[in-house]
Design a protein around this ligand. Structure first.
Ligand SMILES: [Zn+2]
Length: 181
């Protein structure tokens, strides 16, 4: 991980200047402690989880634009995107399965900061949106995402299924809730 951060600094993709931090050419904020993020997330989680998902999606699309500046092929965009995500402090992201032809993938996040939240339902709406926005731009604009299980529920990791909206089982309560259908 440190090697990757060093590489970003050497190639001026990560720049620390007084009053500003820039990651891949975009101003970023480091002083958002995990607890503050969790608190913000928890308030929104009760009020408007769909909005959290939408905010995450927009951030994921932005993130893709930054990453796509440095990589062309979807495989490389995803690999680089995962590396950058993994220094973001949200947790450790892994692509567990990916089917490029059908624009479908399963992603896992371990050691997620969301583990501090306790919830009956999967709770990572912002992160789910972030992954979906990123993959919509990388693979297919029809992709949506559902978090099947979450560390906030006490699971070992968060599991996200990303695929074309039509491929989800619309009778599933989880799908209905998370995709607002
Ligand atoms: Zn989760």
């Amino acid at each position: 991980m440190y090697e990757f951060i060093n590489k970003l600094r050497l190639t001026r993709q990560l720049i620390f200047e007084e009053g500003q931090i820039s990651l891949l050419g975009k101003p970023t904020v480091m002083m958002l402690p995990a607890d503050a993020f969790i608190e913000l997330h928890s308030v929104y989680l009760k009020q408007d989880p769909v909005r959290l998902y939408e905010i995450g999606k927009a951030a994921g699309m932005d993130f893709h634009e930054l990453v796509a500046h440095y990589a062309l092929e979807p495989q490389h965009v995803i690999k680089f995107g995962v590396q950058v995500f993994n220094i973001s402090g949200f947790g450790k992201l892994e692509v567990s399965q990916i089917d490029y032809e059908n624009s479908r993938c399963i992603m896992h996040i371990k050691e997620s900061i969301i583990t501090k939240i306790k919830s009956e339902d999967p709770a990572c709406h912002y992160i789910r949106g972030l992954l979906v926005g990123f993959m919509q731009k990388t693979l297919c604009p029809d992709i949506e995402g559902v978090e099947k299980s979450c560390m906030a529920q006490g699971h070992q990791m968060c599991e996200f299924v990303l695929q074309k909206k039509d491929s989800f089982d619309k009778s599933s309560v989880l799908v209905k809730k998370q995709l607002n259908i």
